[in-house]
Design a protein around this ligand. Structure first.
Ligand code: TIU
Length: 224
């Protein structure tokens, strides 16, 4: 059953059975006051705005039986999966692995690494731990999607211009139709969010589409 999604630069059809909702890095460290994002000097309320739209798409995806995949950016406690080039940047007190208000920053198993409670994965949903910005790099995501015959990715999460963008670029190169859901994504920099979305859909959709939570809810509520 294919449904039509209102999107830019053009509408596209998708079959919920071969579509995955991919929720990128909606982690306490990025979104909550006192986490890594705020430690870096960012206004985390800009990211919190994406939680409610993301939650509504997540509920619709679950009702439809669509595959839901969550990702978390983070590293092993001994940092053996983090390249020096990633570790050496930023103020020493705010670097990956440094102690923060929600445990060691971006370290697996620490409270800050968890997904925010409003978007907590249900039992049986897939959570991919990733060491990079893109969700395909050094993870099982490609195998998980291939095993289920997934063709389209509806992408939510943070931040628009970093992990969402990198994942959409990686997905596009691997042949997936990648759709960024604008209000379900956010950045600490409103300008980067806006331009990041424009970059995806420019030039006839150079590496994807841009749509919204409302458009997904409408598409899933409309018989194909
Ligand atoms: N998930 C993600 O985007 N990781 C980042 O480090 N993003 C920033 O914008 N800092």
């Amino acid at each position: 059953m294919s449904v039509t999604l209102s999107a830019e630069p053009a509408d596209l059809g998708f079959d919920p059975a071969t579509t995955a909702l991919v929720i990128i890095d909606m982690q306490r460290d990025f979104l909550e006051p006192g986490g890594f994002g705020e430690t870096l000097g960012n206004d985390v309320s800009l990211l919190l705005a994406a939680v409610a739209p993301c939650r509504s798409v997540l509920a619709a995806a679950r009702r439809t039986g669509m595959l839901v995949v969550y990702t978390r950016e983070g590293h092993l406690p001994d940092l053996s999966d983090a390249p020096p080039a990633k570790l050496e940047r930023g103020e020493p007190t705010a670097r990956i692995g440094a102690p923060g208000p929600m445990g060691r920053i971006l370290i697996r198993g620490e409270p800050g690494h968890d997904i925010v409670p409003d978007l907590a994965p249900s039992a049986g949903e897939i959570v991919i731990d990733k060491p990079g910005k893109g969700a395909f790099y050094a993870t099982e995501l490609g195998a998980v999607l291939a095993e289920r015959g997934i063709a389209t990715l509806l992408v939510c999460g943070v931040t628009t211009e970093v992990c969402v963008h990198t994942t959409i670029r990686e997905g596009n190169d691997r042949g997936y139709r990648c759709v960024a859901l604008a209000d379900c994504c956010a950045s600490y920099f409103p300008e980067f969010h806006r331009i990041g979305l424009e970059m995806i859909k420019a030039q006839g959709g150079i590496f994807g589409w841009v749509s919204s939570s409302e458009a997904v809810l409408t598409a899933l509520a409309t018989p194909g």
